[in-house]
Design a protein around this ligand. Structure first.
Ligand SMILES: [Zn+2]
Length: 214
């Protein structure tokens, strides 16, 4: 089951970018690992991007409660393993926390969480430097150009490398305080070819890991 977000992704990508990327990658992973992909949970915890137009953030408590009920329903149908994935980094700590809670409460040890990460090798193919957050820049734009190019308006991509204030790591701070466009890095340099390489990298490595462990 994929959990994404409704989050502003600059001016050139749709609000449901994380849902689209997460779901499309999950379908490809499922194909190689013989899994069923449930319809995605389309809203997530997006505290950092609050204040940008279209961003909607659930509290961590509500997100966990929602996922918990979905997992309980699946568990009642004797599904042997339930895999949680996130198309949005901000959800991942809560997926892990929820799996821990379900283990403590019900002794269910078949709730898995796999992050969707990229190898250093494929990241080295990027044309632009990595910004402080992998949000709406070259990586996500490239994946969208490969998966759903009709949803990308590359003419509206911007170049912005935000510098976080010195106190950013030490107190809560919305991105809005130091990011103008809502996107990090240079989405305009993205290509569908790079998106294909990123997708194939994460699908191959994640499906291999699932096939080894489950
Ligand atoms: Zn995103």
């Amino acid at each position: 089951m994929v959990c994404g977000s409704c989050e502003q992704h600059g001016y050139h990508l749709p609000l449901d970018t994380d849902n689209i990327i997460g779901f499309e990658l999950a379908l490809r992973i499922a194909d190689r690992s013989k899994l069923l992909v449930m319809p995605p949970v389309s809203y997530g915890q997006v505290w950092s991007a609050k204040g940008f137009p279209g961003t909607i953030s659930l509290s961590a408590d509500l997100l966990k409660k929602l996922l918990r009920e979905l997992i309980i329903s699946l568990h009642q149908q004797d599904i042997p393993n339930i895999i949680l994935m996130s198309g949005h980094n901000g959800n991942y700590p809560y997926l892990k926390e929820l799996a821990r809670e379900l283990l403590d409460e019900f002794r269910w040890n078949n709730i898995w969480h796999f992050p969707l990460t990229f190898s250093k090798e494929v990241l080295s193919l990027a044309k632009s430097p990595q910004p402080m957050a992998p949000h709406a820049g070259e990586l996500e734009t490239a994946l969208m150009l490969y998966l759903h190019p009709e949803l990308v308006d590359l003419s509206k991509a911007t170049r912005e490398y935000p510098q976080a204030p010195k106190d950013y790591p030490y107190r809560p701070m919305h991105w809005k305080e130091f990011v103008k466009t809502g996107s990090f890095g240079d989405g305009g340099l993205a290509t569908a070819e790079f998106g294909k390489a990123l997708a194939e990298d994460v699908v191959l490595r994640t499906s291999n890991l699932i096939n080894q462990l489950l």
